[in-house]
Design a protein around this ligand. Structure first.
Ligand code: MLT
Length: 410
């Protein structure tokens, strides 16, 4: 009989969002009259920007003609998309990238998981706590960790607590690590890191031969002009950081699927015999072998985000979500609830009232307000006592959810 990958059996719980979905379905089946409002998973609700949609349609039409038909594209993405991203999204930040340093994918979740392929298993990883569960679980799946303890911490992983005391910005690790995951604006806490803060991490990584995995999936939601959008705005970052970006939240592509990874040529690792080797070369090798590229119409749609029209329309959608974030944040404050985030990020991280556990608050909110959020403890032990609300809902639902919370929880 074929043997399974036992590492999967170390995983403590099902993936967080399907588990929430299961509980909500159970509640809805038992309470068919309840109008449940979902502010749990960060899934977008606005339609694609008109310019993006038009490019998508046009690209599908291309497939109907012999002249414009597109078959296999370059595995790492079309140059016209990569160069549009570099010109519109990185150059204005003062960041110069080569076309060969960017790889287009079918989404950031896959990229965050797949990148582990090109790193040896005996690298020590440092992960925030709470954190986007994919970072932790994919390291368990690939076999980099031991078993979890009773709190949910896996042996072999260095966890970096992000708490109210440290403003949800972790302290540098005390032990030697090789890979550091950073996510800013942060999922789930909604906090951001200043340039000075990121400089500390970049300097640390360069001094200690670490690679930073910088998840910038929410950079488009930054409103404060002082906050960096890319880790490459920090001097020295091109030597030590791999950056992930996503079209999911930025351009409403959660169902369309498109993301990107930047692997600068200067980011080096060592072979088992001690020679330096470029991660860019390895990632290209991995990509060309295991991936056939994001689909042509999807890349055409993604490129339209960078047209003048698409850019302005996309910005309007982002502003819509950020207005939702403001409504949630202010409503929670009026209800006497302490909350963080929601200013430069589409997530609001609230402290459960009366020291309630995250899952107890989930149940209370679902039963009393018919509102779904995400329990903080689902993102890691240090998320216990916190709860995440997403700003990606329809405006009228957001307003109603906030009214219900104010009425029932004040
Ligand atoms: C979230 O709600 O944390 C995200 O939607 C999950 C994801 O991007 O995969």
């Amino acid at each position: 009989m074929a043997k399974i990958n036992d590492n999967y059996l170390k995983l403590k719980a099902g993936y967080l969002f399907p588990e929430i979905g299961r509980r909500v379905r159970e509640f809805a089946a038992a309470n068919p009259e309840a109008k449940v409002i979902r502010l749990g998973i960060g899934d977008v609700t606005r339609p694609l920007a008109p310019a993006v949609l038009k490019a998508f349609h046009d690209a599908v039409d291309d497939l109907a003609t012999t002249q414009n038909f597109a078959g296999y594209g370059p595995e790492q993405g079309y140059d016209w998309l990569i160069n549009a991203i570099i010109d519109k999204s990185y150059k204005p930040l003062g960041v110069e990238l080569k076309t060969e340093e960017m790889f287009i994918s079918d989404g950031s979740k896959c990229d965050c998981a797949n990148i582990l392929d090109i790193f040896a298993l005996d690298n020590v990883v440092a992960i925030g706590d709470p954190v986007y569960p994919v970072y932790n679980d994919t390291n368990v799946m690939i076999g980099r960790t031991g078993e979890a303890d009773e709190k949910g911490y896996y042996k072999g992983v260095v966890y970096l607590p992000c708490t109210e005391e440290n403003n949800f910005i972790p302290a540098l690790p005390k032990e030697k690590v090789d890979i550091i995951y950073l996510c800013f604006p942060n999922n789930p806490t909604g906090t951001v890191a200043s340039k000075a803060e990121l400089k500390k991490w970049v300097d640390y990584a360069n001094a200690n031969d670490c690679v930073i995995f910088f998840d910038a999936a929410y950079e488009a939601f930054i409103t404060n002009p002082e906050i960096p959008h890319s880790i490459y705005e920090i001097e020295g970052a091109k030597k030590c950081a791999i950056e992930f970006r996503s079209f999911s939240k930025t351009a409403g592509f959660t169902g369309v699927r498109c993301g990107l990874v930047v692997v600068p040529e200067e980011v080096m690792g060592t072979t088992s015999t001690g020679e330096k080797y470029s991660f860019n070369k390895l990632w290209l090798r991995r990509t060309t072998t295991k991936f056939n590229g994001a689909s042509y119409p999807v890349q055409r749609a993604a490129a339209a985000v960078y047209s003048d029209e698409g850019w302005a329309q996309t910005k309007e959608i982002i502003d819509y979500y950020m207005e939702n974030a403001r409504i949630i944040r202010e409503g929670l404050k009026e209800a006497g609830i302490t909350c963080y985030g929601g200013v430069d990020a589409p997530y609001i991280w609230l402290k459960t009232p009366g020291g309630m556990s995250s899952w107890d608050f989930f149940d209370k909110l679902l039963k009393e307000c018919n509102v779904v959020g995400t329990p903080g403890s689902g993102f890691g032990p240090s998320g216990e006592g916190f709860f995440r609300l997403s700003a990606f809902g329809h405006r009228e639902n957001v307003i109603e959810a906030v009214e219900r919370i104010k009425k029932n929880l004040k």
